[in-house]
Design a protein around this ligand. Structure first.
Ligand SMILES: [Zn+2]
Length: 186
């Protein structure tokens, strides 16, 4: 299946010889917003996930780069994105959420930080914040400061997210505070 010839070679491959199934520089949306088209295989997906891209030996950022998509373009269909945002807000709770009326100021701030980080994680193509920190830190081997910076969260928040995600830490120096609870064995 060859869909686009511009600006590729006449046989529908790009200059590196990869087949390209959707226009470069944009995410093709179909099914009234329900699906996006994977540039690498033509599949219709609600979300071009990191797991899906691993089948093409690509990370979300390598995918964006190869197909000339903006660095922060969400790889999620508009319909799915709206659903995820709603789910994320339930899970991570925007500040002032009526379901948690006794939030202290610190809690409200933390919820706001996490909601923003969750949004960022989904925009980067991850299922949620836990999935994101798990993949960046454990699977891609990024450092704590790198992951924290990418999500604009503090190291403390990141450590808690890693604990919640069941990811063991690589470096004992960053072991969080007094709760010396050993995270799961590697
Ligand atoms: Zn694909």
């Amino acid at each position: 299946m060859v869909i686009f010839s511009e600006p590729h070679g006449p046989d529908g491959r790009d200059l590196q010889g990869h087949w390209v199934y959707a226009p470069l520089g944009e995410l093709q949306v179909t099914g009234a917003g329900a699906y996006v088209v994977c540039h690498a295989c033509g599949d219709l997906l609600t979300h071009i996930s990191a797991a899906h891209l691993s089948r093409h030996d690509l990370t979300p950022s390598a995918y964006r780069q190869r197909y000339r998509l903006p660095a922060h373009l969400p790889l999620t269909s508009p319909a799915a994105r709206a659903r995820r945002t709603a789910v994320g807000n339930r899970r991570w709770g925007p500040a002032g959420d009526l379901r948690t009326p006794v939030l202290t100021r610190a809690h409200a701030y933390r919820a706001e930080v996490e909601a923003r980080a969750h949004q960022r994680a989904t925009e980067l193509g991850y299922r949620d914040l836990h999935d994101c920190v798990r993949q960046l830190y454990r699977d891609q081997g990024q450092t704590l400061p790198e992951v924290a910076l990418m999500l604009t969260i503090s190291r403390r928040v990141l450590l808690r997210l890693l604990d919640e995600a069941g990811v063991a830490r690589r470096d004992a120096r960053f072991k969080a505070g007094r709760a010396q609870k050993k995270s799961d064995a590697v």
